[in-house]
Design a protein around this ligand. Sequence first.
Ligand SMILES: *[C@@H]1O[C@H](CO)[C@@H](O)[C@H](O)[C@H]1NC(C)=O
Ligand SMILES: *[C@@H]1O[C@H](CO)[C@@H](O)[C@H](O)[C@H]1NC(C)=O
Ligand SMILES: *[C@@H]1O[C@H](CO)[C@@H](O)[C@H](O)[C@H]1NC(C)=O
Ligand SMILES: *[C@@H]1O[C@H](CO)[C@@H](O)[C@H](O)[C@H]1NC(C)=O
Ligand SMILES: *[C@@H]1O[C@H](CO)[C@@H](O)[C@H](O)[C@H]1NC(C)=O
Ligand SMILES: *[C@@H]1O[C@H](CO)[C@@H](O)[C@H](O)[C@H]1NC(C)=O
Length: 263
Amino acid sequence: MLVLLVIACCFFLAAHAQQQNHPAAGGSTASASCVPHERDALLAFKHGVTSDPDGLLNSWRPDGGHGELDCCRWRGVLCSNQTGHVQKLRLRGTGRKTLVGQISPSLLALEHLDHLDLSNNDLEGPNGRLPEFLGSLKSLKYLDLSGIQFRGSVPPQLGNLSELQHLDLSNYGGINSTDLSWLTRLPSIQYLNLDGVNLSTVVHWPHVMSMIPSLRALHLSGCSLASANQSLKHLNLTKLEELDASRNSFNHPVAIQPAGSGT
Ligand SMILES: *[C@@H]1O[C@H](CO)[C@@H](O)[C@H](O)[C@H]1NC(C)=O
Ligand SMILES: *[C@@H]1O[C@H](CO)[C@@H](O)[C@H](O)[C@H]1NC(C)=O
Ligand SMILES: *[C@@H]1O[C@H](CO)[C@@H](O)[C@H](O)[C@H]1NC(C)=O
Ligand SMILES: *[C@@H]1O[C@H](CO)[C@@H](O)[C@H](O)[C@H]1NC(C)=O
Ligand SMILES: *[C@@H]1O[C@H](CO)[C@@H](O)[C@H](O)[C@H]1NC(C)=O
Ligand SMILES: *[C@@H]1O[C@H](CO)[C@@H](O)[C@H](O)[C@H]1NC(C)=O
């Protein structure tokens, strides 16, 4: 009798343990965790970071040991709760050497990335150029590279980001653009910040801006814009709510006509 009771007890305990295990196993598949090749891409990105004194990427580790195997739980990484694909990278720095190094092209493996914020980090890399490959992150809706001290020209490849709604390249590091026509290939852009980008050779900027009627906010402070003569009359951006063209030395008074005023 006692033996039977012990055996029954064992069965009960075993069944109970199985029941407890089950929801856990089911749970980890349902809350779609990190895609392995995307985790590899993030680790390769981390490899491009040579210094991280604040430990922003401390949770980014390859193993399940001290780190977290599920890259969707890493700091600054947000995944789709449906598919588990990495959707957002929020790695804004504090502006005093948070992340130092370069932006790795491994990000191209994150095909579903729609939000990339690397602002206020020292990620300009050894050649200091804004990487052309960022123009191939096709799903991007939000790109913030402000405060990264790039030099040289803004690559027109950014015009390939046809989904882009928010672009911040504000920068006082010596970056310039001689031709803004790539902006006209961004039909959904609402927020554009080019503060500090040297646009001294761009003459027809109001014309270009007028070809992006989706614009709600336009920041062109300290861009060495030489002239806004007459052309601002054609800045008929009907959705514009915010315009900052301060700290440019226009050689004439600037008047902006309200859209549709007919003059
Ligand atoms: C999944 O994310 C969407 C928004 O992206 C949210 O509305 C929804 O509640 C989330 N579902 C779960 C189960 O967290
Ligand atoms: C743009 O920047 C690059 C590198 O700093 C420089 O060589 C080039 O002359 C600049 N172009 C203009 C128009 O300022
Ligand atoms: C991206 O843009 C560049 C320059 O604007 C263009 O030459 C190139 O073909 C584009 N690439 C893709 C994949 O669309
Ligand atoms: C912008 O570029 C022009 C032409 O290269 C240069 O003369 C000017 O000094 C630059 N402006 C600033 C603020 O660096
Ligand atoms: C500004 O407009 C006036 C009158 O239309 C013209 O005489 C002048 O040359 C223009 N200046 C520049 C820098 O385009
Ligand atoms: C802006 O004005 C120009 C003429 O000045 C016109 O050709 C163009 O269609 C207008 N664009 C929008 C979006 O209203």
